[in-house]
Design a protein around this ligand. Structure first.
Ligand code: NAP
Length: 479
């Protein structure tokens, strides 16, 4: 995979749309078009699903260890092509190159890990309820599945879905986001090179206007048994409703609104480092980004002052430049949203300490606003930008109440050295993922997912493969 700068060669997958039409993929750092990708719709999706159905019997019958060999080779090929894939990712998505390298390694790790996990899909025997009967539980692959993924992790979201699905013996048709289809296409190409049979993993691409057609076919086609979706809560609800008509299985990784809570007894430097990572990584465009930074009275001033020191050092620029720490936002509507959130927080009494404005193109100056009110837009919705909104609290009870005061429940972070408090918080905070004295919580070995309106199901870990399996109960009589 060659490094890309101005234009990107499309991977060799046989991709075509019936109309012959394409849509442009732009580099958010420069605005230039780096590739033209086929615009597909319902018909192309239907054909891909039919091919996935054809490929299913052989793939599900293959020994798990043979599937694992292919998945392992796929992971290895991704790592052999790490530099090219990372540059492609930065070019289409904007994040700093070092973050793209981390994402490629994270993305590849799912193929390695789930290939192995596929060998351990154990069933059960259950002590019988009748003397002449024996009870066995087996686990079967769900069948033909579909995935829909967002633009903020263009490599890791497709692999986090396809790895457990394929390891379990399912086939998958996946639609990446309009803004970032290239990483998914490149990864699928490497899958074929690793020995993946035709039809086991296919990509359908489309512009934003095509998404409802592709998603409509995926959710109404009777061959499809399961949807794995990562994206906004709004679209997740829509797709869940569409899947409900055929009672298709769903797993949904949706939006978050993560509280990041710093108590008086926290290690100040650790807390500042954690806030920097989980607020400014990927320009704040992650579902687990700290969205509400809540700081206790006694450490408030010291924390704010240290955070201002550190954030003012962050270099904004094109992600391909080595010193860049904060890349561009994904599109103009993202810049507009950040502007709206900052303006709204200030109108409601917030104090702007740093940044606060766009600096040309899709770049936004890293920003700190203090005294953010609980009813400010940035307290209630994901900002998805490099903006740290900080609010003060006095008691643990107030912090818990503020943190849980959201329909979302994906990630939360808290910094304290009091073990008893850590236990209390782990029980009281309604979130699927808890970062305790750390801002880094992603790995292929952990169950990633949310509660409340942040989703259903888990990805990664031994729990992740269960999402792609059906339990079958065998009752053997006449014994
Ligand atoms: P989005 O607008 O919901 O889009 C996500 C995907 O859904 C894209 O591929 C999009 O296609 C597609 N889509 C949109 N409308 C559709 C429709 N009617 N039918 C079928 N597909 C449709 O979300 P986003 O703005 O790209 O992503 C950011 C969101 O994802 C944030 O809320 C973030 O928190 C969440 N997220 C969650 C996790 C997690 O693990 N919980 C991880 C990452 C991101 P087009 O791009 O072509 O429109």
């Amino acid at each position: 995979m060659a490094p890309m700068s101005a234009t990107v060669d499309l991977p060799l997958l046989e991709l075509a749309s019936d109309s012959g039409e394409t849509f442009p993929v732009d580099n958010p750092a420069t605005g230039e078009t780096i590739a033209e990708v086929p615009r597909m719709g319902a018909a192309e999706t239907r054909r891909a699903i039919a091919r996935a159905e054809e490929a299913l019997p052989k793939w599900r019958a293959m020994l798990a260890k043979d599937r694992a060999r292919i998945l392992r080779r796929w992971a290895d090929l991704m790592m052999e092509n790490e530099e090219g894939l990372a540059r492609l990712l930065t070019t289409e998505q904007g994040k700093p190159l070092a973050e793209s390298h981390t994402e490629i390694a994270y993305a590849a790790s799912f193929y390695e890990w789930f290939g192995e996990e596929g060998k351990r899909v154990y069933g059960d025997t259950i002590p019988t309820y009748a003397a002449d009967r024996r009870i066995v539980v087996t686990k079967d692959p769900v069948g033909v599945t579909v995935g829909i993924t967002p633009w903020n992790f263009p490599a890791a979201m497709p692999t986090r879905k396809s790895a457990p699905a394929l390891a379990a013996g399912c086939t998958m048709v996946l639609k990446p986001a309009e803004q970032t289809p290239l990483s998914a296409l490149a990864i699928a190409q490497l899958g074929l090179e690793a020995g993946l049979p035709e039809g086991v993993f296919q990509i359908v691409t489309g512009a934003a206007e095509d998404a409802p057609l592709i998603g409509g076919e995926m959710t109404s086609n009777h061959t499809v048994r399961k949807l794995g979706f990562t994206g906004s809560t709004e679209i997740g609800k829509l797709l869940m409703a569409q899947c409900a008509k055929q009672v298709k299985k769903v797993s949904l990784e949706l939006g978050g609104n993560a509280p990041f809570i710093v108590f008086d007894d926290a290690d100040l430097e650790e807390a500042v480092t954690g806030a920097l990572i989980c607020k400014f990584r990927n320009s704040g465009q992650t579902c687990i980004s700290a969205n509400r930074i809540l700081v206790q009275d006694g450490i408030y001033d010291a924390f704010v002052s240290r955070l201002v020191d550190e954030v003012s050092k962050l270099k904004v620029g094109n992600g391909l430049e080595p010193e860049t720490k904060v890349g561009p936002l994904i599109e103009q509507s993202a810049v507009d949203k950040v502007q709206r959130h900052v303006g709204d927080a200030i109108e409601r009494g917030g104090e702007l300490l740093l940044g606060g404005e766009g600096i040309g193109g899709l770049f936004w100056q890293p920003t700190i606003v203090t005294n953010v009110s609980a009813d400010a837009a940035m307290s209630c919705e994901e900002t998805f930008g490099p903006v740290a909104g900080i609010a003060r609290f006095k008691t643990e009870e107030q912090a818990v109440h503020a943190a849980n005061n959201t329909p979302y429940g994906l990630a939360t972070y808290y910094y304290t050295r009091d073990m008893a408090r850590i236990w209390r918080l782990s029980e009281a905070l309604e979130f699927g993922i808890h970062g305790i004295n750390t801002g880094l919580i992603s790995s292929e070995v952990v169950p990633f997912g949310g509660v409340k309106e942040s989703g259903i199901g888990r990805e990664g870990s031994k729990y992740g493969i269960e999402e792609w399996l059906e339990i079958k109960y065998l009752c053997m009589g006449g014994v």
